[in-house]
Design a protein around this ligand. Sequence first.
Ligand code: ADP
Length: 217
Amino acid sequence: MALTIAASDVICVQYIHWYVKSNIFSMVNFLIFGPPGSGKGTQSVKLAEKFNLSHLSTGDMLRAEIAAGTELGKRMSSIMSKGELVPDEVVIEMIASRIDSTRDRTGFLFDGFPRTVAQTVALEKMLNDRKMKIDSMLVLDVDHDELVKRLVARAELSGRPDDKDPSVIENRIDVYKEKTEPIINYCRERGIYQPVNGVGSIDDIFRRLSKYIKKLI
Ligand code: ADP
C-alpha cells in the first residue's frame, strides 16, 4: 500500500518542531564566570543581545532592590558594601522566580550566579527539574593586577560603593578565590568548563566568547 502524506500531516509535524524549538526544554544555558572586574557584566549584555539569551545578573537584581529601597535591599546593602556574599537562599530565590517567567529565549546567561558550590547545586536542580542543564561555563581569565586596575577605574563611572574602597576590592577577590573558584572544579568534572582569555579589547573578548556560544546553539 502506497504511503501518502497529507498536507495536514506536514503542517502538524512542522508545528511540533516549532513547539519543541520554542519551548523551554530546548534552551541552551551558559554561566559567565570570573573574578570581580573580569568583564562578566559588560560581555553579558552584548552576548545576550546577539544570541537572544536571557541575562540574569544577581548583582544587578540586588542593586535594583537597594535602589528601590526594599526591605531586602536594605538588609543586603551592608553585606555587599563589605564585599561579602549575600546568603545563598536570597539569590537562589531570585533566580528561581526569573527562570519560570522567561519565554521565547534561546537560553539563559547566568552572570554572577552561582557564586558558591551550594548555589551551583541548587541551579542544577532547578534546571534539571525543568529538563534543562548548564551547557557551558565560560570562565574569563584575568590576572590580579588587571582586575584591581579595572575596578578602580570603574568606580569613577559606576559610583558603586564596593568598587571605591581598595580593601573591599581585595576582599571581593579573596571571597571569589575561597568560595566561588571551587565551582570551576565542579564544572570541570562535568566537562562543561571552558576558559577564555579575558584580556584584550572588549570586542576581541566578545569574539572569543561568541565562538564558544555559537558552537552550542
Ligand atoms: P562583581 O562580580 O563585579 O563583584 P556583582 O555585580 O556580580 O559584582 O555582585 C556585587 C555584589 O553582590 C557581590 O560582591 C555580592 O555581595 C553580591 N552578590 C551578587 N551575586 C551574588 C551571589 N550569587 N551570591 C552571593 N552574593 C552575591
